[in-house]
Design a protein around this ligand. Structure first.
Ligand code: SAM
Length: 250
């Protein structure tokens, strides 16, 4: 089941994730984009945390995302001649009349696909949009079982000023659903606009994956060649790896 990100999540996305995510994955993905000669597609491009920088670096990059709220923030950053690079589409059935040398789905996009039929459709649809020898790169996290089972209860994971005098706080709670391999996440946003106080809550499931499930899944797809590394520096999987980074080749 596909879930759209609500407007307030999109509104504070850049503020939060430029701070807590940029140091982790942007060097890796921007490097992959830089070394691609042809067209690149970012699936789940969101507010363009990576796409805008890639475009500034001269990449021929396109983006799709299922959430209009996220893409509206991206559109506002793009000059008119680049607006046609992005469209509201779902990874499982997007259609673009061009093929790509690199398709990426950075930062947990694939974990939004909770059903295995959708995961397979997504892989096969991405495959169909790649040129021969093209690559699909995406990341999901390695489930850390103890924290996953214990869950989080009202943990403030971000607090800061979003404009002079106005602040936002994000509070996260999680509940595991082990049978369906889901982490049910509740994000609560609290912010002020002058003297007005706002509070909104969004619940969303994220599918977690194990290593051999990922291998079986990709082996069932049209992709036959793939490898999995354990961090954004290209190191092999080891017992304390935090990331599954998948590179699937057509
Ligand atoms: C955590 S954000 C990552 C955004 C961006 N890639 C980044 O690294 O900052 C995940 C994005 O995936 C999008 N998304 C979720 N499910 C999707 C689907 N089925 N098809 C396309 N995009 C999807 C969400 O709307 C959201 O913008």
């Amino acid at each position: 089941m596909a879930e759209e990100y609500p407007g307030y999540f999109a509104r504070f996305y850049d503020l939060i994730y430029h701070q807590i995510r940029d140091g982790v994955d942007n060097g890796f993905y921007l490097g992959k984009i830089k070394y691609t000669k042809g067209k690149v597609l970012e699936v789940g491009t969101g507010t363009g945390r990576l796409l805008t920088e890639a475009l500034q670096n001269g990449a021929d990059i396109y983006g799709i995302d299922i959430s209009p709220s996220m893409l509206n923030f991206l559109k506002a950053k793009l000059p008119p001649e680049h607006q046609n690079r992005i469209s509201v589409q779902n990874i499982i059935d997007f259609k673009l009349d061009t093929k790509f040398d690199l398709i990426i789905a950075p930062f947990r996009v694939f974990m939004h696909l909770t059903e295995k039929e959708d995961q397979l459709k997504a892989l096969n649809n991405v495959y169909d949009h790649l040129n021969n020898e093209g690559q699909f790169i995406f990341d999901v996290f390695v489930p850390a079982l103890r924290p996953l089972i214990e869950g989080l209860e009202n943990v403030i994971d971000f607090e800061g000023e979003y404009e002079p005098g106005n602040r936002v706080k994000r509070i996260v709670s999680t509940n595991p659903d082990l049978i369906n391999q889901l982490i049910n996440i509740t994000f609560r946003f609290e912010w002020n606009e002058g003297s007005s106080i706002y509070s909104r809550e969004w619940k969303t499931p994220m599918r977690f994956f194990f290593r051999f499930e990922l291998e079986h899944l990709i082996e069932r797809s049209k992709f036959k060649k793939f490898n999995i590394t354990g961090d954004f520096n290209g190191n092999e999987l080891k017992s304390d790896s935090k990331e599954f980074i998948l590179t699937c080749t057509k």
